[in-house]
Design a protein around this ligand. Structure first.
Ligand code: GUN
Length: 306
């Protein structure tokens, strides 16, 4: 059997460590990191994500500010709320849960968030800083994947990573982070020819295409490390079940290590959001960022040009 990469346990450990850092920040500097989450509409999955983010922020000793807006909210109303949160000194991180309804421009909303409060790392300034190997806020799901890979493999240099999916939230930023770690990176997507043969070349395979069970055991090089970012709700015998983009039963016969769904990338993503909020708070107050694991969130290592 392959090693199971237990995201739930690692996330619990990271959250405990963050909780200690938050206490220290409050005792020494009188700062309580604050996370503001905006949810538009009533999508059940988004409601669960937002509730989990707020609860875990509170458990780590952070302040949590939640705004719920009706699905018919106008762009001007949403931008006004973001402006208010940008100015609010109690708020160090702002997250607008995606997707947004069609009357609102996602690009304009992301651009309205102050870059130093952009704990999703989606603002074009942060995207550009990360792509050029400069310190920036880094998107949470790719950061979660990177921390899981480093935990499992240690040094990533020289490994061939195949990233399935080219979204702005996962695939593209993860490719930047893996390049910075000196991986050889291939980004593949739904129009890539012969996905299976390409995947079989991967030492590290990350599945983020939103296609349930796409990656089967015969797509995987024996011993490869497989990270499953997919969270797909499938109906089965009158109930819904969460499944990843990887067919766990067959993949786990071949992989060297694999993340489960649920309990893999998901819990680490929320822990990384808290990590980014702590970093943002430190940066905004000119306080040194606490320690080595935490400094990874800002990508302090520069990419070598070679
Ligand atoms: N919706 C799905 N993933 C994400 C994410 O990482 N950030 C935000 N803001 N919305 C999402």
């Amino acid at each position: 059997m392959p090693a199971l990469i237990n995201g739930k346990t690692l996330a619990t450990r990271l959250r405990e460590e963050l909780g200690q850092q938050v206490s220290r920040l409050r005792e020494r500097h009188g700062i309580t990191p604050g996370l503001a989450v905006i949810l538009v509409g009533e999508d059940p999955a988004s409601q669960v994500y937002v509730r989990n983010k707020a609860t875990q922020a509170c458990e780590a000793g952070m302040a949590s500010f939640e705004s719920r807006l009706a699905n018919r909210v106008t762009q001007a109303e949403l931008l006004e709320l973001i402006k208010r949160l940008n100015r609010d000194p109690r708020v160090h991180g702002i997250l607008v849960q995606l997707p947004l309804p069609s009357q609102v421009s996602q690009a304009q909303v992301i651009r309205a968030i102050a870059p130093d409060k952009d704990i999703d790392g989606f603002h074009p300034l942060n995207v550009g800083l990360m792509a050029t190997g400069n310190p920036s806020l880094v998107p949470c799901t790719p950061l979660a994947c990177l921390l899981l890979l480093k935990h499992q493999l240690g040094e990533l240099s020289g490994r061939h990573a195949v990233v399935l999916g080219r979204s702005n939230i996962v695939g593209k930023p993860l490719a930047s982070l893996l390049l910075r770690e000196h991986c050889t990176v291939t980004v593949a997507h739904s129009r890539t020819d012969n996905l299976a043969a390409l995947c079989r070349q991967a030492d590290i395979l990350v599945a983020a295409m939103g296609r349930p069970g796409l990656v089967r055991g015969d797509w995987i090089k024996p011993g490869a490390t497989v990270i499953d970012v997919g969270i797909n709700r499938v109906a089965e015998e009158g109930r819904t079940r969460l499944v990843g983009d990887v067919d766990f039963a067959s993949a786990s016969q071949v992989a060297g290590a694999i993340t489960p769904v649920p309990g893999g990338v998901g819990p680490m993503t929320i822990a990384c959001l808290l990590l980014n909020t702590l970093h943002a708070a430190c940066r905004q107050h000119g306080v040194p960022v606490p320690d080595d694991i935490l400094s990874r969130a800002w990508g302090d290592a520069a990419t070598s040009p070679a």
